[in-house]
Design a protein around this ligand. Structure first.
Ligand code: GLN
Length: 297
């Protein structure tokens, strides 16, 4: 199959520009080809059956990142599969907010990522913030296996744990990471008593929004990572904020990716719990997409 054959097939499902972009991603990221080679017919040397199978998956609506097994996030490549959300560009901005928050000359900082999925946030922070000690939690073992693989691929030293933040004592749950088992709040094995930063991109879409969502997302990405209950959209924020209130160090900070629909409710929740400096930041599309809050002394 040539590049043009693939594009032609994909046009059964995608408009022209997107068909080309998807075909390019498949060939460049999936097979490491350069566009010049692609144009010169390098695709003819690829295993034809495999290429056909992948094209069929794309035609069935599967996101190209799952078909290729790779997504790009903050200039790194992460393994992704249907058990984890495909990292979104907005979430790169969440990482930037955490990275830029660093004060000059700061030493070791203990960072917890709740609902890590592919591990993209935890790994990015571990690699980009000097002196970061990062722990990452998820309720899904499938996600934790992918996150661990990504941490290994990028040489990031992260402790992974299977924790359900909705359960009352998350710190007593089983550990699946590479650190020593520890049934205290903190596994960081030093004198620090709490977290300096808790970051999370928890499920925040409510089911009534699904009519505006792409079929590709609804049919292929894990609902468990996307949806919060219609009647309790802040379920995860509430649990995380209560845990953060107990475990952040004084001046420690909470960083959330959020649903712009619920920012007023979230502000009430965070101020009600006693957090200070509750601030909202906009994403590149001009939507209130992030919230930060500080634990007072
Ligand atoms: N931003 C994601 C989306 O639009 C949702 C991520 C989440 O629910 N945390 O699909």
């Amino acid at each position: 199959m040539t590049y043009n054959d693939i594009c032609l097939l994909l046009r059964q499902r995608y408009e022209d520009g997107e068909a080309r972009a998807v075909a390019r991603y498949l060939l460049e990221v999936g097979y490491g080809l350069q566009m010049t080679d692609i144009i010169c017919g390098a695709t003819e040397r690829l295993p034809a059956d495999e290429l056909q199978r992948k094209t069929n998956r794309l035609l069935a609506g599967e996101p190209v990142q799952y078909v290729v097994g790779t997504a790009e996030f903050c200039a790194r490549r992460f393994h992704v599969a249907p058990g984890v959300l495909i990292p979104r560009p907005e979430t790169e901005e969440l990482c930037r907010l955490v990275e830029e928050d660093r004060a000059e000359g700061e030493g070791i900082r203990h960072i917890l990522d709740i609902g890590t999925g592919s591990g993209c946030i935890a790994i990015t922070l571990a690699l980009n913030i000097p002196g970061a000690r990062v722990e990452a939690w998820d309720i899904s073992n499938e996600a934790l296996a992918i996150a661990q693989e990504n941490a290994k691929r990028h040489n990031a030293d992260i402790v992974f744990r299977n924790v359900d933040i909705l359960s009352e004592q998350p710190f007593l749950q089983q550990e699946t990471g590479n650190g020593a088992h520890c049934d205290e709040h903190f596994s960081n094995n030093d004198s620090t008593k709490g977290w300096d930063i808790i970051v999370s991109n928890p499920p925040y879409i409510v089911p009534s929004e699904s009519k505006e969502m792409a079929e590709q997302v609804l049919e292929h990405e894990p609902g468990i990572a996307l949806f919060a209950p219609q009647d309790n959209p802040l379920l995860f924020y509430n649990a995380i904020a209560i845990y953060a209130k107990q475990t952040l160090n004084p001046h420690g900070k909470l960083f959330f990716e959020i649903n712009p629909l619920f920012c007023d409710q979230l502000e009430t929740l965070l101020t009600g719990l006693g957090f200070a400096d509750v601030t909202f930041c906009y994403d590149r599309f001009g939507r209130k997409r992030f919230a930060t809050a500080t634990k007072p002394v």
